[in-house]
Ligand binder design. Structure first.
Ligand SMILES: CC(C)(COP(=O)(O)OP(=O)(O)OC[C@H]1O[C@@H](n2cnc3c(N)ncnc32)[C@H](O)[C@@H]1OP(=O)(O)O)[C@@H](O)C(=O)NCCC(=O)NCCS
Length: 180
């Protein structure tokens, strides 16, 4: 379990699945997510994904984001495509829209990135974000991510090819944001 100032990241439980799927299937949330998994997501596909998770594998790690004060489930985050040779990995997250703009995303991602550097000993953490997702870009910049570049018209989403930014933070640039 990884604790930030307002949230903790903990292992996924079966009880989280329905809530996670409802958030993922919300069009107002999904419009910001890469179409890597089917949309709308069916319960049986989500259960199959959950059952395929291997805690001993080295490929990806998924966490539930829970509010510290009342253990409310807020959303999900994860570490993907770990490349041990080059010492980097990608990260991603989404929250229920009820909890946007309250600082939880900043806290959750900071906690996740800190884990990547302090525990996984990675050199670089990166992510992909649609150019129109200004809230997310601002959040990532606040944490210390920098824009590496733009993948022009890289993903077909919401009816057109969308530009995606690649953003990253290096280990020697990383300082855990304070609670101020
Ligand atoms: C992106 C996301 C994880 C951020 O989490 P969050 O809890 O909403 O973010 P925070 O409250 O910590 O920070 C949001 C920041 O963006 C700012 N912001 C909000 N709307 C904005 C906009 N349209 N343009 C620029 N900045 C904006 C807020 O003011 C805040 O910055 P501040 O602290 O300097 O005032 C969350 O909004 C989310 O899940 N969105 C939908 C899914 C998604 O986009 N996932 C990421 C895919 S790459």
């Amino acid at each position: 379990m990884l604790s930030g100032h307002f949230v903790r990241l903990r292992a996924y439980e079966r009880e989280d699945l329905e809530k996670a799927r409802a958030i993922y299937n919300d069009p107002e949330v999904n419009m910001y997510l890469r179409p890597d998994i089917p949309f709308p997501l069916k319960a049986e596909d989500e259960i199959r994904w959950y059952e395929s998770q291997n805690p001993y594998g080295s490929g990806s790690y998924s966490f539930a984001i829970e509010r510290l004060e009342d253990r409310q489930y807020l959303g999900s985050c994860g570490i993907d495509t770990v490349d041990w040779k080059n010492s980097h990995a990608s990260v991603g997250l989404f929250l229920d829209k009820l909890y946007w703009n309250k600082g939880y995303g900043t806290d959750a991602l900071s906690t996740l990135v800190d884990f990547c550097f302090q525990e996984m000993n990675l050199h670089k953490v990166y992510l992909y974000v649609f150019a129109y997702n200004q809230r997310a870009i601002h959040t990532y910049e606040k944490i210390g991510f920098k824009i590496d570049g733009t993948l022009r018209e890289n993903v077909f989403k919401n009816g057109k090819y969308q530009d995606e930014l690649v953003m990253s933070v290096l280990r020697n640039e990383w300082t855990l944001p304070s609670n101020d």
